[in-house]
Design a protein around this ligand. Structure first.
Ligand code: NZQ
Ligand code: ZN
Length: 384
């Protein structure tokens, strides 16, 4: 196992009616900016509940944050925060809103070129405090220090992580997920599943605890994901999916083990170029990446085949192929299509993505840094 630091300061307020408790974790005299997306948080009453819990505090709102939030929009919020002398940010929504709010928290206190800081991943000296009410189990953003923002002018979708960006608290009320469109439930399960895979399906380093945690999360998502689609108001199912998504990317399972993240990095280009949902990009790319990397991932693929999919018959090649097929079938069963062509995207996307990977200096990637332009082209071609 590798050396590691494990630090996670986010307080999780899990369960029903927990929005009512947020006032305890925000200073009584705070001037609060509630951030939200396209309107779901208003329409379904979540912002009203948050306002009630905030009591007499001065409250401002910034709505209209896009899915895959835009740098350009968020810089408007940064000005609002400065003008209104806001001192606490409260994100209400899915991963896009939480990520956007982390960006705002970093940008407000950054002296210098904000996009330069973000794209070069420069360390922060400080950030504003933020909390969140997460309404979409998927990204894990509620309990991690990461955010992904798109600079529309540059066509760049870039992730950034800094310990100053952990939310101080995260409200996870599984009932808040009942209003999600089916498509978003599917996306969330696939995203969480791939987060686990990125930290698990690499090469063995005797990370036995991490492996068993990861396998537990994968098995849980395989069991509960389909139920979340067919039985949308089942509290137990939604609780389990919600907590699985948080644990998939709150740092716990990734400590001390190699990590991949190539599927995500290539996937962000598909979103930036053709606006595929984040989870759609993962569903098309992951099975092909496993195929192209089957030699370097061999030992973990065999472990995954046996422990997650129960595949014990046949020789090693047969089991590995079957595990990759099962992964693709799972995404299809969850209602997320697994071929780029199924989204009506032209084949020239392959060269365009490769161009972006080079332009943004993202190659080589993967746990062995062996995914170069040639390997990335094979992955994209197989995904098409
Ligand atoms: O915008 P509103 O009106 O709120 O509607 C949203 C949006 O249309 C809707 N929604 C959210 N909660 C709802 C709801 N509708 C009804 N009821 C609710 N309770 O769902 C739609 C999608 O929301 P979004 O926040 O975009 O989805 P998600 O949570 O999947 O976030 C995706 C973003 O997170 C980034 C992705 O790249 C993408 O930009 N990621 C962030 C990560 C992180 N911070 O660690 C890691 C991930 O790998 C990912 O890259
Ligand atoms: Zn993801």
């Amino acid at each position: 196992m590798f050396n590691f630091d494990y630090y996670n300061p986010t307080r999780v307020l899990f369960g029903t009616q927990r929005i009512a408790d947020i006032g305890q974790y925000i200073p009584a005299n705070a001037r609060v900016l509630i951030t939200y997306g396209g309107g779901s948080a208003k329409k379904f009453g979540t912002i009203d509940e948050a306002r009630k819990a905030l009591g007499d505090r001065e409250i401002f709102e910034f709505g209209g944050i896009e899915v895959n939030p835009h740098f350009e929009t968020l810089m408007i919020a940064v000005e609002l925060v400065k003008e209104k002398k806001i001192d606490f940010l409260l994100a209400v929504g899915g991963g896009s809103v939480v990520d956007a709010t982390k960006f705002i928290a970093a940008a407000v206190l950054y002296e210098g070129d904000v996009w330069n800081m973000w794209s070069k991943r420069l360390p922060l000296e400080k950030a504003m405090p933020l909390g969140c009410i997460m309404t979409l189990p998927a990204t894990g953003s509620e309990m991690n220090p990461t955010a992904v923002v798109t600079n529309v002018a540059l066509g760049a979708k870039m992730g950034f992580s800094d310990a100053h960006l952990y939310p101080q608290f995260a409200v996870l009320d599984p009932r808040k997920t009942y209003t999600l469109p089916v498509k978003q439930v599917s996306n969330g399960v696939v995203d969480a599943f791939v987060h686990v895979i990125e930290q698990y399906l690499t090469y063995p380093v005797y990370g036995k605890v991490q492996d068993r945690f990861a396998e537990g999360l994968l098995l849980t998502l395989i069991e509960e994901g389909p139920k979340a689609l067919t039985d949308p108001e089942n509290y137990d199912v939604r609780s389990t999916v919600t907590w699985s998504a948080t644990l998939a990317l709150n740092g716990l399972i990734g400590v001390g083990v190699p990590q991949d993240w190539a599927t995500h990095r290539i996937g962000h280009q598909l979103t930036a170029l053709y606006h595929l949902d984040h989870a759609e990009t993962l569903a098309v790319l992951l099975p092909s990446l496993l195929q192209v990397q089957r030699e370097t991932k061999r030992l973990k693929l065999l472990q995954y085949a046996e422990r997650v999919w129960g595949l014990t018959d046949g020789d090693e090649e047969t089991r590995i192929t079957a595990a990759i097929d099962k992964t693709r079938d799972f995404f299809d069963d969850m209602g997320v299509k697994t071929r780029i062509s199924a989204y009506g995207v032209p084949e020239k996307v392959i060269e365009e993505v490769l161009e972006n990977l080079t332009r943004f200096n993202l190659l080589p990637m993967g746990e062995h840094k062996d995914i170069d332009r040639v390997a990335a082209r094979r992955i994209l071609s197989l995904s098409y």
